[in-house]
Design a binder for this molecule. Structure first.
Ligand code: EPZ
Length: 420
């Protein structure tokens, strides 16, 4: 296990480059299965989740090479199996993104059901409903989803609630189907829009990427090519939250303000100074931090992935904040760890009630998931004294070289390779 020893009381200052979006890279790697010839994806973050997805694709027969820093070249013409094994899928929920492309190109997919994770149940019922609507036969057996179709046929899919994953899988499966598919109540996340742009450049006929209605006219085949991934809005928002929490001043170079409107509005409501220009997004912290009332929601609402980093800032606010979580049941695992640092937080029915405290004090804490870990590091930066943050392997699933990059911003962080 890797730990970070964080000596708090240091304000983050300076600038940091936004890296490519994890949640755009993962589906785009899976979408390479649909394409004939070489696919080059650039601005790919060098994180554990990308490495696991690469291993999964290789197990199917996809050639995946790192041809330059943050650049992958993939070729799926050698796919020899459509069975994605449990030992790989269990390591990454997004592994299920391969189901739609496998079904779309090869007419079958056998993918282990993603297990639960610390965020709670990760259901795939909407994915399977979409595959069935497209004409596939879908069964669950021995922990696997088995989908088979002699040929997918375009149809209308209306999701009862927004699902990023189900939107991705339906969209990718429909690219090579016969006829037109319309997805209603589709996810509008920027990563979906980027995936649509990637597919359009490969020859897919898609309209409405980034809106709640996506229309796909199936084509015979998709071809290779090159794509640059958008900047990671969740990483950008995380570093800005850390700047506010630590009392610092940080510019995230390349950060996309247009992907973070709901988030920047909350930082401003909290009294923080937010500046947007061609170079990126800057947050200059102000005191007092003003208390907030926030509800997470699908894009363009406040993203659930920035809920923990935001609360890490609100624990030092002047007054009582309320944060309602509407996406994941298990999003609150981080609260107990923040309390160990001196936070005053009560959870009541998917709502965190955060009473601001004057200071935090360093303590050993453990990261239960990617975004919770980032929140704990942010709080540890502001705490007086030392904090040992365990579970950094989890955090590094979503944030590349987070200790090095925070050190560049003035943090006092030492990496400790420890035993379990
Ligand atoms: C994606 O997860 C992201 N992961 C998550 O980021 C993000 O928090 C989430 O979208 C919401 O924005 C990737 O893109 C790899 P959903 P996903 O399908 O696709 C329920 C991170 O830290 N649901 O929109 O799994 C589901 O249980 C990760 O980067 C069903 O009920 O999210 C959840 O409660 C964490 N049935 C809600 O919908 C389904 O078939 C939202 O899930 C599918 C989902």
């Amino acid at each position: 296990m890797t730990h970070l020893l964080v000596r708090g009381g240091r304000r983050l200052h300076g600038e940091i480059a936004a890296l490519g979006a994890k949640n755009a890279a993962l589906p785009m790697m899976a979408a390479a299965i649909l394409c004939q010839g070489d696919v080059e994806v650039r601005n790919v973050p060098d994180i554990a989740d990308v490495r696991v997805m690469a291993d999964l694709l290789r197990s199917l027969g996809v050639r995946v090479e790192v041809t330059a820093p943050h650049t992958l070249r993939l070729n799926s013409d050698g796919v020899h199996t459509t069975r994605a094994s449990y030992d790989l899928v269990r390591r990454l929920n997004a592994s299920f993104d391969v189901a739609g492309p496998l079904l779309g190109r090869f007419g079958e997919a056998e993918v282990a059901l993603p297990g639960g994770c610390n965020l709670g149940q990760r259901r795939v019922n909407l994915h399977l409903e979409a595959f069935r609507a497209l004409g596939a036969e879908v069964h669950r057996l021995h922990g696997f989803v088995q989908a088979h179709a002699t040929g997918l046929v375009g149809t209308r899919i209306l999701f009862p609630h927004v699902s990023v994953g189900a939107t991705k899988n339906a969209l990718m499966a429909a690219c090579l189907a016969k006829g037109v598919t319309v997805i209603e109540n589709a996810a509008r996340e920027p990563e979906i829009e980027d995936l649509v742009e990637f597919l359009q450049a490969r020859g897919a006929r898609i309209r409405g990427g980034g809106t709640a209605r996506i229309e796909i006219e199936g084509v015979a085949a998709l071809h290779g090519g090159t794509h640059d991934i958008i900047a990671d809005r969740i990483e950008t928002g995380t570093f800005l939250a850390m700047a506010a929490t630590s009392g610092g001043d940080v510019l995230v170079r390349g950060g996309r303000a247009d992907h973070l409107e709901a988030v920047l509005a909350q930082f401003t409501r909290a009294g923080q100074s937010v500046t947007v220009d061609a170079s990126g997004v800057r947050l200059t912290s102000r005191r007092p931090i003003r208390a907030l009332d926030v509800t997470t929601a699908p894009h363009p609402g406040f993203p659930t992935d920035l809920h923990p980093p935001l609360v890490a800032m609100l624990v030092l606010a002047d007054g009582i904040s309320v944060v309602r979580e509407t996406i994941f049941d298990g999003r609150f695992m981080y609260v107990g760890e923040l309390v160990r640092l001196g936070a005053n937080i009560r959870i009541s029915d998917h709502v965190a009630i955060v009473t601001g405290v004057k200071f935090l004090a360093g303590a050993p804490v453990e990261a239960p998931d990617i975004r919770a870990g980032a929140a704990l590091i942010g709080a540890a930066l502001a705490a007086e004294g030392e904090s040992l943050v365990t579970g950094i392997d989890l955090v590094e699933r979503g944030y590349e070289r987070i200790d090095e990059r925070l050190t560049m911003l003035g943090a006092d962080i030492v990496r400790v390779e420890g035993t379990d």
